[in-house]
Design a binder for this molecule. Structure first.
Ligand code: LLP
Length: 477
């Protein structure tokens, strides 16, 4: 915890508020609370002009609260810094695995972003949200034939991951060609599938450090040692319109050097492709920029990260005497994590003298599986006691039948009572998208807040939803 307060003065939840600096827009990934967070005269947390305690009364608990200002600001910062620092064309994609739903896809698209999807379900959602198919990129290391056909027929780009997929794509194209010949003489080009190739760059990131290896042990993408074979194969397939290369090196990364190295490696690959008469015009460097989950996390800003990538790709192209490709990136976490908080209601407590005090909330590993899955660390405030001193150290436990269902160990909070509203920060990425119904808990609702208005973007699941897919065979009735 922050230890820079005068002796005898306890910090309060206010310490996490974004500090407005004059004339500078804060980089959302460097803040703990959403940009619109304030404390009102009732000592309560407000987000998007809405009192969090009122939101919980209105929409129930637990509740995901998504701040539109923070999400849009992050989208704009990525979009505008790529425009500013890159002399060629650029396109930012939102890696929607972080949080894929209609409203979030629609907001990202309205800011000019494309969408990266990794399954038929994410693709279907993006299409239904009105995202233009030419800005949708389908990823995945084992896409089904049905997923590929949906993407091809919708006009999306497919990021081809492996040999099996390339062969399947050629096979699908042949079938479509035969089908079209029986109807009318469709041009070959109309039937060619727009693809990119995903490669494993040999740069592996472990958040605060990274290693480079020749052969990277990753389930994703082509081995760079197969590059010649892949290029030779693709260049001979009239049904595949290969437009570029993709790589993604990891997530929650705080250093800029791994992405600089990636830029250099990828431009080298572009040059290699030219030997096969493959005119590759797009380069996608993936996502990975980290966010601040705790005071000690110090990620670069969106602008610093984007600038580093734009500069290195430009320089590498100049060195290799290559024209600038269209530059794409696909951040997920740094676009949306800080925009959302999860509000819970505090319930029971258990004091184990000299050991620990457990304070329990009405959700847990089903709405945020990151602590139990990755030992991720979060910070929390009590929304109705924002100015109170942080006098207690407690362990915040979820309500699941699982001892490991601990949301935050040693949380610094004011004195809490049942009914208080606990707000966990930085829950926009990989929370709802990885949520489950473990113990048959209905998934929480989500609201979008802006200018004092709250709109439901995900309904709370009901017990009817919980049994919707259950089937009871006649003989068991
Ligand atoms: N592109 C590709 C191909 C990816 O695999 C990922 C994330 C991204 C982009 C976005 O990366 P980001 O900007 O969000 O770091 N569930 C884990 C994170 C898994 C990330 C998977 N791939 C977590 O909760 O930390």
């Amino acid at each position: 915890m922050v230890s820079t307060h005068p002796v005898g003065v306890q910090p309060s939840g206010n310490q996490y508020l974004p500090e407005k600096r004059s004339n500078t827009t804060l980089s959302p990934n460097q803040e703990l609370l959403p940009l619109s967070a304030r404390v009102n005269r009732h000592n309560c947390l407000e987000i998007g002009g809405c009192d969090v305690t009122t939101l919980v009364q209105q929409f129930g608990s637990p509740l995901y609260i998504l701040d539109e200002e923070t999400l849009r600001t992050a989208c704009q910062q990525y979009r505008d810094t790529f425009k500013q620092y890159y002399k060629g064309e650029s396109q930012v994609l939102y890696a929607s695995k972080a949080w894929n739903c209609l409203a979030v896809c629609a907001i990202a698209a309205s800011e000019g972003l494309g969408i990266d999807v990794v399954s038929g379900g994410e693709l279907y959602t993006a299409l239904k949200a009105g995202v233009s198919p030419d800005k949708i990129y389908l990823h995945g290391n084992n896409k089904s034939r049905e997923e590929l056909i949906l993407a091809i027929e919708s006009g999306c780009t497919i990021v081809a991951d492996n040999w099996h997929e390339l062969h399947t794509l050629v096979n699908i194209a042949e079938e479509r060609l035969i089908a079209s010949e029986s109807t009318l003489s469709t041009q070959h080009s109309v039937l060619s599938t727009r693809i990119m190739l995903r490669l494993t760059p040999g740069i592996e990131c472990h958040t605060h450090e990274y290693i480079r290896t020749g052969h990277l042990d990753s389930k994703f993408g082509f081995d760079p040692n197969d590059l010649d074979q892949v290029f030779a194969f693709v260049s001979k397939q009239p049904s595949l319109n290969c437009v570029g290369l993709h790589a993604h090196i990891g997530s929650q990364i705080f250093e800029r050097q791994p992405h600089r190295d990636l830029g250099v490696v990828m431009v080298q690959w572009l040059r290699d492709a030219a030997k096969y008469d493959l005119e590759l015009t797009e380069l996608n460097v993936g996502g990975g920029l980290g966010i601040k989950y705790t005071e000690s996390d110090d990620p670069p800003s969106i602008e610093e990260w984007s600038k580093a990538i734009c500069e290195v790709v430009q320089q590498a192209c100049a060195d290799q005497n290559l024209p600038l490709p269209k530059l794409l990136c696909e951040p997920g976490r740094s676009l949306i994590a800080t925009a959302c908080v999860t509000a819970y209601t505090i319930g029971s407590a258990k004091v184990i003298p000299d050991i620990r005090t457990y304070v329990t909330i009405d959700g847990g590993m089903s709405d945020n599986p990151r602590p139990i899955t990755y030992q991720s660390v979060y910070r929390a405030v009590v929304a109705n006691k924002m100015s109170d001193s942080l006098t207690e150290t407690v362990t915040l436990a979820g309500k699941h039948c699982e001892s490991g269902d601990i949301l935050i160990k040693n949380a610094q909070l004011p004195k809490t009572e049942p009914g208080d509203i606990l707000v966990v920060m930085g829950t926009g990425a990989y929370n709802y998208s990885m949520a489950s119904n473990y113990n048959r808990l209905p998934r929480p609702a989500a609201v979008l807040v802006a200018n004092g208005e709250a709109n439901l973007i995900l309904q709370r699941e009901t017990y009817q939803d919980i049994i919707r897919q259950d089937c009871l065979p006649e003989r068991l009735k």
